[in-house]
Design a protein around this ligand. Sequence first.
Ligand code: NAP
Length: 511
Amino acid sequence: MSEATHADVAIIGAGFGGLGAAIRLDRAGFDSFLIFEKANDVGGTWRDNSYPGCACDVPSHLYSYAFARNPRWSETFSGQAEIWAYLRDCVDRFRIGPRLRLDHAVHQARWDETSLQWRLSTSQGAYTARVLISATGPLSEPAIPSIPGLASFEGTMFHSARWQRDHDLTGRRVAVIGTGASAIQFVPAIQPLVGSLTLFQRTPAWVMPRRIRRITAAEHAIYQWVPGAQRAARTGLYWAREAMAVGFLHPPVNRFAQRYAERMLQRQVPDEALRAKLTPDYVMGCKRVLLSNDYWPSLAKENVEVVTEPIRELTQHGVMTADGREHEVDTIIFGTGFNVTDSPAMHRIVGRQGRALADAWAPTMRSYLGTSVTGFPNLFLLLGPNTGLGHSSVVLMIEAQLEQVIAAMRSMRRRGITAIEPTAEAQRRYNERIDAKMAGTVWMTGCQSWYLDATGRNATLWPGYVTSYRWRLRRFRTADYAVVERRIAPPHRQRDRAAPQLVNQSVKVTP
Ligand code: NAP
């Protein structure tokens, strides 16, 4: 058997999280790391989601690394191709290329209790690492609902995150299932092309305008040459977005925004019956607020039908709804989101005592700071439980987490410690606080959303301001972590006295 290749740190995933981790580790002087990426390119969600109209609904100055500014964003909200190009550019700028292991799918990462390191089995061989950073992203595993008859449909079917670009939609009869953040971007983009578009809507979404404009040449010059100008723009956007959190954390405040959206719907959709279908019956913000100027207007076009009758099954030729009507189509596009609280990736990480994350997180995901988990030594998660945002840029959350990871690694190095994990008590206290804060938010006002898991708990979003998360993670609290050690078996339990054996690991709380 060939020997495993060792790196001090193994990073899984080469999207915003993984590349950010690589850059920060390198700058902090940790130079032994590798990035494992299952695909043959970097970019994560911005590589996978290439559907027409794909763009970010967070302003570009904020949806980019603070340590890798880009003065040349072409628009206030950039499109997928530009964000993907930015990430690839970061690889070159920060010379990350040699650390990338593309086409390396990590089948399993298992904590070895004897050698106190992670053992990774990948599609291209075995690796070991002392520290594991999982940056696979919460929105990376497309979810296709198990609708009866799925296999019987004879046309073309695909998920929005696996867009079939060689399938020309011109003149086709297209069904779209789902009305989330992805669908509201590609529906207006494909509507002018297709012959007919049947949109299957289970729950209508609240939509607000997206204030998009081109960034002028003069602005580019200012961002490029005036010191601090782009940082000032970012800071302005940061606080404007923080202000938006008020409505999520104190739901009555959102009523003003909801009225605005109602008026926009009235303007954009003159047909009363269609408007009634598109009007949500839940408080704005409970599900993700979608930003679009052309989604509602596109639904008012002649070649579009919005179907609210539940889907019963797929047939050879289309979609059958509960009222017995068959909607004949030749293409079905699933805008049905991602497996977030039940991702297969959770089965691939196995911690102490052979326990997978999926087991530790049944029935609900709990972590410490969204970044580490009791029972999983030297594992750091980027965008782990309760780190999602409804109002601002998750890149800010990743940056805060990376400071915590670097601080943890520095602390281990300084104290000569091989492995740490959060104490069960610290994790319990942290989650109690999360749940208490979550209780009063708009996300818990009674709607169904992917933010909630099967138990009804919100294990995905951060129930606060980005500022409070950054404040909480600004320093590493040694007392909240336990040192994982090997314990030598007492002599009477040793089978071979000449060669002391390592037995079960103990977890000792650091004084
Ligand atoms: P999503 O928000 O989870 O939406 C999935 C849609 O599919 C919902 O409308 C859902 O209906 C519907 N659906 C699911 N199963 C169904 C079924 N069996 N029958 C009928 N309808 C079904 O997924 P997404 O649009 O891909 O977005 C996911 C997340 O990605 C977003 O919330 C956002 O965080 C991120 N995203 C961000 C951007 C951006 O610009 N930053 C853009 C795209 C996506 P229900 O609402 O009734 O469940």
